[in-house]
Design a protein around this ligand. Sequence first.
Ligand code: PGA
Length: 252
Amino acid sequence: MKKILIANWKMNLNEEQCLELAFQLQKRFKKISEVEVAVAPSFVYLKDVRAILAKSKIKLAGQNVAPCVGGSCTGEISAAMLKSQGCSFAIVGHADRRRELNETDEMINKKINQSLNAGLTPILCVGETFAEKSSGSTDAVLVKQLHSALEKVNGLPENEVIVAYEPVWAIGTGTYLSAAELILPYKTIKRTISSLYSEKFYEEKVRFVYGGSVNGMIAKDYWSLDFLQGIFVGAAGLDIEEFYNIAIEAEN
Ligand code: PGA
């Protein structure tokens, strides 16, 4: 599976800034071929960003997806709607949403189901808080999050899933994990998913991605890891030069 670079633009950028960033992306990323690139703009700009990126290979992701199929689900955006707007991926269970919007494991499981049913690849975000890390429960937290998100899901193990390991304490803090520090969470994630489905499923359909304060200076270390299939960024994705610096490290 190809490695992937994902940028979550979150609730940043006004319309003009968003479209300018999309324009810069399609110009600047022409020679990026070693990694798949996906961006997640706000829903309200998806259509325009899609048009700007139409001639590029850059893919689109929804920042969230509804847990319900359609109809009485006021204010939500369904997986089918995202698909119809050109999205290939849906971010599910991002730490911002778990924290600020009380997104529960049950909702996350439904969102994974909805995404797969509509033909979107879910980008499942998991990760421990600082308190959980300090109390030595990282492993237990990851196992619980993975079980509740991926158990009893229609569409697995036939389809792909991206698992973004994003320790909450590393998001937006300038503190990132060293390549060596990713080994333990990787082992936990691989073991848990293999036990839920199979090791074959993990090897063939799961991409393990890291997110949390990644910048261009450290990207090379991550790209060189065999067990890591990608990088997920927030802030660095809003700066075209920084984002390009991360991508270009995968080409060298
Ligand atoms: P960051 O954000 O790269 O700014 O730390 C990552 C994220 O929110 O997933």
